[in-house]
Design a protein around this ligand. Structure first.
Ligand code: CDP
Ligand code: CDP
Length: 234
């Protein structure tokens, strides 16, 4: 093999991809790339320029002047992975890409073929040498279809809404009802799964992991075990 292994982690909103993927990367000594943060960065840029997110021509133009940079800080302790910081051009937008406004518009931006083409290329370049855990919606199906391990992480919508509610509480953000959270999650999953280009879909050879009732550590252990099993067999 001419490159280091790649672990692809895909799944719907709130399944635990970011949390689990960065811990798996630490455990395996691999790099980590949050591709959702890249779609969020483009969305932030578009909203900041006061461009209509549905205006594909204007969004494509804005992309030409949207230099995205991601840097994941080293783990502070075992089980305490480093923060991924995000910039567009000179502005640090690590927090700004997590707002409800960005979350509400990101699926509209991510459905656009030009946006996907540009980010796909950057993601493939990042993984040229391998040695990375990459997380998103289409990593196993489009970005790295030859990844050594593909995991499709899921959880029931009720469980995912409960996790989001806990996150909001922990971040001192205004409370949102479980019903409203479920609706927002369903709506984003629907948009992500039905778009024409690279929809959210389990790759045929991905291992599906339903995480209801599993702790973060349990999910990480399972993925690390799957990875080690794969490497020993090859
Ligand atoms: O909120 P959550 O962490 O689940 O989402 P995210 O991973 O930050 O991704 C935000 C959005 O980016 C998704 O809802 C998708 O619309 C889009 N996305 C995508 O289309 N393809 C990827 N590989 C990653 C994210
Ligand atoms: O990246 P994605 O949207 O798939 O999910 P996330 O942001 O990593 O996880 C959403 C929330 O679920 C976080 O607060 C995680 O700590 C939590 N989580 C959990 O409670 N149990 C798991 N097995 C995985 C994640």
């Amino acid at each position: 093999r001419s490159r280091q292994p790649i672990v692809a982690i895909d799944g719907p909103a709130g399944a635990g991809k970011s949390t689990v993927a960065r811990l798996v990367a630490d455990r395996l000594g691999l790099m980590y790339l949050d591709t959702g943060a890249m779609y969020r960065a483009v969305t932030w840029h578009v909203l900041t320029q006061e461009i209509d997110p549905a205006d594909e021509v204007a969004v494509a133009e804005a992309l030409a002047n949207c230099q995205i940079r991601l840097a994941t800080e080293p783990a502070t302790a075992p089980g305490e992975p480093g923060l991924t910081r995000v910039w567009v051009n000179e502005a640090e937008i690590t927090q700004a890409i997590r707002t409800a406004e960005v979350t509400a518009q990101v699926s509209t931006i991510a459905a656009q073929p030009t946006v996907r083409k540009v980010l796909l290329k950057q993601q493939q370049e990042y993984g040229t040498q391998g040695g990375v855990v990459m997380e998103g919606r289409d990593i196993g199906t489009h970005v790295f279809p030859a990844a050594e391990l593909k995991v499709f992480l899921t959880a029931s919508v009720e469980e995912r809404a409960r996790r989001r509610q806990r996150d909001l509480l922990a971040q001192n953000q205004p409370p949102v009802s479980i019903e409203a959270l479920e609706e927002a999650i369903d709506e984003r999953d629907r948009k992500d799964s039905t778009r024409r280009v690279a929809p959210l879909q389990k790759a045929e050879d991905a291992i599906e992991l339903l995480t209801d009732g599993l702790s973060i550590e349990e999910v990480v252990e399972r993925i690390v075990a799957l990875f080690e099993d794969r490497l020993h067999r090859n």
